[in-house]
Design a binder for this molecule. Structure first.
Ligand SMILES: N[C@@H](CCC(=O)N[C@@H](CS)C(=O)NCC(=O)O)C(=O)O
Length: 199
């Protein structure tokens, strides 16, 4: 399988971390592309123009990080980051969706903030930063219940936090949300996170 990713995308990072954690990284032909290459190559594979996107040997295309992560997780039978059944499955997938949603809010805030003066809307920035702060407050309360080692949900949350910090969307968040900040400091020590740090 070929998988297209940019080095800073939190969604592509999720996919790479799942492959690393499950020991199947070498089974994927990673295409780490620039934003310019993404604009040239990806729309022919995924009409939405987004990474990550994967193409299987058969030519079948997998779009959207939750789908690609679920596929990669299905390759291993002895180690699953997404429980295959029961209430725990839905708990893990819901935390993943929550992490992805936090990622959407911080990407939207950061993109709006970077628009030139006359086009930039402070209202949009405030709205998205407000969503991110609400999510951080919620996650700070539940961080004590997070799975160790992390499952798919925790990986998605940590990737969103990584992008948020990389773009400095919420300065000082680790002190303000210290349960979450302390948990995040620990998860960053995992080799899969070290190997995929945004640059
Ligand atoms: N829901 C998608 C979101 C993917 C996404 O937003 N990717 C961004 C990079 S972080 C992208 O490729 N943006 C390019 C564009 O929208 O044109 C997923 O989980 O994979």
């Amino acid at each position: 399988m070929k998988c297209y990713a940019t080095s800073n995308s939190p969604y592509a990072r999720k996919v790479r971390i799942v492959a690393l954690e499950n020991g199947v990284y070498e089974k994927v032909d990673w295409q780490i592309i620039t934003r310019e290459e993404r604009a040239q190559i990806v729309p022919d594979i995924n009409p939405l123009g987004k990474v990550p996107v994967a193409v299987m040997e058969s030519g079948q295309v997998l779009c959207d990080s939750p789908v690609i992560c679920a596929y990669i997780d299905s390759l291993t039978k002895d180690k699953n980051l997404i429980p295959t059944s029961g209430p725990k499955r839905w708990e893990v997938l819901t935390l993943e969706a929550f992490g992805d949603g936090l990622g959407e809010a911080v990407i939207a805030a950061s993109q709006e903030d970077q628009r030139p003066g006359e086009k930039r809307s402070q209202g949009i920035v405030d709205r998205q930063v407000g969503k991110a702060n609400a999510a951080l407050g919620f996650l700070d309360n539940v961080a004590k219940d997070f799975n160790t080692p992390p499952l798919m949900g925790e990986i998605a949350v940590a990737c969103a936090l990584g992008y948020m910090e990389f773009r400095d969307v919420i300065p000082g968040w680790r002190n303000k949300y210290s349960n979450l900040g302390d948990w995040y400091t620990e998860i960053l020590k995992r080799q899969s996170f070290v190997d995929t740090n945004p640059d």
